[in-house]
Unconditional design. Structure first.
Length: 438
C-alpha cells in the first residue's frame, strides 16, 4: 500500500499527510471518510485506501487513453481490471485496520466493558489527591475505615482484587478495572502476618506500579521481621534485611520510586536496610495513645514506663514533659529479670510503652516489678499486638493490667480481643488517610 502511495505522489506531484485532512485537496468528497472519523489513526487507513483507489483509477484512465487508438476491447479490459481490484482494497484495509487497538471503536469497547459484572472506579477531579486503595483480604475492615476518613474534604476510593487459588494452591489473582487506575495515585494496604501470605501480596505489589499509575504507595502497618535486625554471632540471618531488600525491588511507577508507610518499626536504624528504589516513611501510633491518655480521669497522675533501654531510646521523644520510669533487663543465671533503673512509680498510674508484644512475658514481669515498687495502677500500650498462639489470654485471664491499648495493625489479633478487657483497639485509619494525601 505504501508503494502505491509513493506512485500516487509521483502521479500527482504533491506530499500526502496521513492522519490529517490535507488529503482532501486531492480527492472528491465521495471518497473521503466523515470528518468526525478523520481525527484518529483508524481514519488514516481509510484515507490511504481512498488514495489508493484514486491512484488505481488514474492509472486506469491513463492506460485507457493510451490504448484507445489501437483497440476498444483492450481499453475496456485495461480499465476494468484495476477498478475491480481497487474496489476490494478498502474492505481489505478495513479488516486489517488496528483501529480496535487505537481507539476508533473506543465507544463500542467501553459499552462492552461496562456490561461486565465488575466494579468500576470513579474518575475524580484532578484536585482529588487521595489514591485508589487496594488491600489484602484480612485488611478489609481497616481499609473501609480509611475510606470513611475525610482529609480536606476528600477520601480514598477502594479498589477491588479477586483473591483466588489455582488447584495446585498457587494464587490466582485479578485486579478489577485495571484500566480505571491509569493515571491515578494508587496504594496497597498489606498484612505480612505470616510467610504464607507474603508471596501473593508481593505479586500484587509488584504489578500495580506497572499499570501506568501516577504513583504507588505500599502501606505496611507492621514490619514483621523488625526484631531480627542484627546478627550477634556468625550464622544468624537478619531477616529484616531480607524483607527490606524484597520491598526495595518494587518497580517504580510513572511518578517515581514506591513509597512505603510503616508504623513504629522496631529500630529506626532499619531505615538504612532499604535501597534507593523505595522511599520509606516511618509513622507512629503514639499520638493515638497521647490522645487517649488525655481523656483518662487520672491524667495528671500518669507516668510513662519503658521495659528496657531500647524502648526508651525509641519513644521517649514523644513524651517530653511527662515523668518517666526506665526499666532494664538483667540476667540471673539462665533467667532474665526486669529491674527498675530510674524513676519513681510509687502511687502513680504507670503506662508501659513498647513497639510490639508477642508472648507478653516482659510486660508481665515489668508490671510485677512496678507493683512491688508501689505503682497504684498498671496499663500498657503496644502499637503491634502480635500475640502468637493466643498469648493475649495471659492478659484477659488476669486483672494485673487496668488497660491494654493496641492498634489495628494486626487484624487477626483485633478479631480475637475485640470487646475483651483489658484491651482497647485504637485505629490507625485516620493517620493512614492523612499520610496518603499526595
Amino acid at each position: 500500500m505504501l508503494h502505491s502511495l509513493g506512485m500516487f505522489k509521483e502521479v500527482v506531484g504533491s506530499t500526502i499527510s496521513l492522519g490529517t485532512l490535507s488529503a482532501r485537496a486531492f480527492l472528491p468528497s465521495s471518497l473521503l471518510p466523515p470528518p468526525a472519523k478523520a481525527r484518529n489513526l483508524g481514519s488514516a487507513f481509510a484515507i490511504a485506501a481512498a488514495l489508493f483507489s484514486a491512484t488505481a483509477a488514474s492509472s486506469a484512465a491513463a492506460s485507457s487513453s493510451a490504448a484507445a487508438s489501437s483497440s476498444a476491447t483492450a481499453t475496456t479490459s485495461s480499465a476494468a481490471v484495476p477498478a475491480s481490484r481497487s474496489s476490494q482494497w478498502p474492505n481489505r484495509l478495513k479488516s486489517m485496520s488496528p483501529s480496535g487497538l487505537l481507539g476508533s471503536d473506543r465507544e463500542a469497547r467501553e459499552v462492552k466493558a461496562a456490561a461486565l459484572p465488575i466494579p468500576r472506579l470513579n474518575r475524580p477531579d484532578k484536585a482529588d489527591k487521595l489514591p485508589v486503595l487496594f488491600y489484602a483480604p484480612e485488611m478489609e475492615t481497616l481499609a473501609r475505615k480509611i475510606a470513611a476518613e475525610s482529609v480536606n474534604g476528600s477520601a480514598v476510593e477502594l479498589g477491588s482484587i479477586d483473591w483466588r487459588l489455582f488447584p495446585d494452591g498457587y494464587p490466582d489473582l485479578f485486579v478489577q478495572d485495571a484500566y480505571g487506575v491509569r493515571d491515578r495515585h494508587v496504594a496497597f494496604l498489606a498484612s505480612f502476618r505470616s510467610p504464607e501470605v507474603i508471596f501473593e501480596q508481593i505479586s500484587i505489589i509488584y504489578s500495580l506500579p506497572k499499570m501506568f499509575v501516577a504513583s504507588f504507595t505500599l502501606i505496611l502497618p507492621f514490619f514483621p521481621t523488625g526484631t531480627s535486625e542484627r546478627v550477634e554471632r556468625e550464622g544468624e540471618i537478619a531477616t529484616a534485611v531480607t524483607l527490606a531488600r524484597i520491598l526495595s525491588n518494587i518497580p517504580p511507577s510513572r511518578g517515581g520510586p514506591c513509597s512505603t508507610i510503616i508504623f513504629d518499626i522496631h529500630a529506626l536504624q532499619e531505615r538504612f536496610y532499604f535501597g534507593d528504589n523505595i522511599l520509606p516513611c516511618f509513622e507512629s501510633g503514639i499520638p493515638l495513645l497521647l490522645n487517649r491518655l488525655a481523656q483518662c480521669e487520672d491524667a495528671e497522675n500518669i507516668v510513662i514506663a519503658y521495659p528496657d533501654e531500647g524502648a526508651w531510646k525509641r519513644f521517649h521523644g514523644f513524651f517530653r514533659g511527662m515523668e518517666e520510669v526506665v526499666c532494664t533487663k538483667v540476667r540471673d543465671g539462665d533467667k532474665r529479670m526486669v529491674k527498675l533503673k530510674e524513676g519513681e512509680p510509687a502511687g502513680r498510674h504507670v503506662v508501659i510503652v513498647d513497639d510490639l508484644v508477642q508472648s507478653g512475658g516482659t510486660l508481665i514481669e515489668c508490671g510485677k516489678m512496678l507493683q512491688q515498687h508501689g505503682a497504684k495502677k498498671i496499663s500498657a500500650y503496644c502499637t503491634h499486638g502480635v500475640f502468637p498462639n493466643e498469648s493475649y489470654k495471659r492478659f484477659t485471664d488476669s486483672d494485673q493490667f487496668s488497660n491494654f491499648w493496641i492498634t489495628d495493625s494486626c487484624p487477626q489479633t483485633v478479631a480475637s480481643v475485640q470487646g475483651k478487657k483489658p484491651f482497647t483497639v485504637l485505629s490507625l485509619a485516620g493517620r493512614i488517610a492523612a499520610a496518603l494525601e499526595i
